[in-house]
Design a protein around this ligand. Structure first.
Ligand code: NI
Length: 146
């Protein structure tokens, strides 16, 4: 495993739409392992592939109760609303209140290609929405509550 550089504010890669991950091979596993190590080293709760310079649809999340890997994640259902402070490893030192669903259900694949669904509430719902946004070039600052 290796720590990768996190792409920072100003890099246009953060604004691009990522492509579907079609292969579930050792290369994907290596990148996911590196992303998890990088996320922990940066003391973050989530990291998306474009943040390490890869324009593919996957991300990792750990809000403190174990890591989850989401390949080709899609939000299937949302419920309620929350407004809480949010930040991003690509925008160090910047925080702001954003509006997110209170609860979301996401369908995704694991590193072997197997489909699963995950439902998250509160911080987990926020993390899921934040990381999936990254895959479409959307950052938390686009969703600030004025
Ligand atoms: Ni982020």
């Amino acid at each position: 495993m290796a720590i990768r550089n996190i792409v920072k504010d100003g890099d246009e890669i953060l604004r691009k739409t990522c492509r579907t991950q079609m292969t579930f091979d050792d290369r994907l596993a290596t990148v996911l392992d590196d992303m998890i190590e990088t996320m922990y080293a940066a003391d973050g709760v989530g990291l998306a592939a474009p943040q390490v310079g890869i324009l593919r649809r996957y991300c990792v999340i750990d809000i403190g109760n174990g890591v989850i890997e989401l390949v080709n994640p899609v939000i299937e259902e949302t419920e309620g609303e929350q407004i809480e402070q949010e930040g991003c490893l690509s925008y160090p030192g910047e925080y702001g209140d954003t509006r997110r669903p209170q609860k979301v259900t996401v369908r995704a694949q694991d590193r072997t290609g197997k489909s699963f669904t995950v439902t998250g509430e509160g911080l987990m719902a926020r993390a899921l929405c934040h990381e999936i946004d990254h895959l479409d070039g959307v950052i938390f600052k686009d969703r600030l509550v004025k």
